[in-house]
Design a protein around this ligand. Structure first.
Ligand code: TMP
Length: 216
């Protein structure tokens, strides 16, 4: 039986979750905790290859939504089996930058794949393993877009396929996340991501310590 802690970070592009998950990992490591930081898609050799195919291979722009769903799930299955479950068994704190809620929201709600199929694939890929806590970084998609435009462009010049969807897609993503969070209020904490990175870090840390006093 796993005895570690599994915490996931979710939200639309540009919401700042990656900055925050890195800050939490650094804090925990500095405090001597056994903490793992992984991301999705990716986190394993196979997963990083799938990430490249999914996001940075313009020749695959015509990928259908079903294929997209299965490739994200394949990356997740490998990550769960190879890294997450063994780390939790050792009592580690596993921090994951995106997990199964991304699939529910992006492929299910935003792309419109049937939610029962998405749920079944998610359950299979994760062996039914849910996070102990999911932090949802909620931000207005227009502000998120402005933040993204301020980021340096990739050196390769290849745009991220998932970051060049029409604006309505990101509105659906935001609404989808809020919908998923309101259906599982025990697991989710919604964080207003409109403040500065330092302000949000304080909220994140306060939330984590309130939920898991042993972390503090
Ligand atoms: P990120 O590294 O900026 O979080 O980007 C990952 C992208 O992949 C983001 O656009 C969301 C997308 N994604 C899905 O569509 N489904 C998934 O299951 C996962 C994990 C990510």
């Amino acid at each position: 039986m796993a005895n570690g802690l599994f915490i996931t970070f979710e939200g639309g592009e540009g919401c700042g979750k990656t900055t925050q998950v890195k800050r939490v990992a650094t804090r925990l490591k500095n405090a001597g905790r056994n903490a793992f930081l992984v991301r999705e898609p990716g986190g394993t050799l196979l997963g990083e290859e799938l990430r490249r195919l999914l996001q940075f291979t313009p020749e695959l722009a015509g990928m259908c939504a079903e294929t997209e769903l299965l490739l994200y799930a394949a990356s997740r299955a490998q990550l769960v089996a190879q890294i997450i479950l063994p780390a939790l068994d050792q009592g580690a704190v596993v921090l994951c930058d995106r997990y199964l809620d991304s699939t529910t929201v992006y492929q299910g709600i935003a792309r419109g794949l049937p939610l029962d199929a998405v749920r079944a694939v998610n359950k299979f890929a994760t062996r039914g393993h849910l996070p102990d806590l999911t932090l949802l970084f909620d931000l207005d998609p227009a502000e998120a877009r402005r933040r993204l435009l301020r980021r340096p462009r990739p050196a390769s010049g290849i745009e991220d396929r998932m970051e060049i969807q029409p604006p309505e897609f990101y509105v659906k993503v935001r609404e989808g996340y809020l919908q998923v969070a309101s259906a599982e209020t025990e697991r989710f904490v919604v964080i207003d991501a409109s403040g500065s990175a330092d302000e949000i870090e304080r909220i994140v840390w306060k939330t984590l310590r309130a939920r898991f006093p042993s972390l503090g």
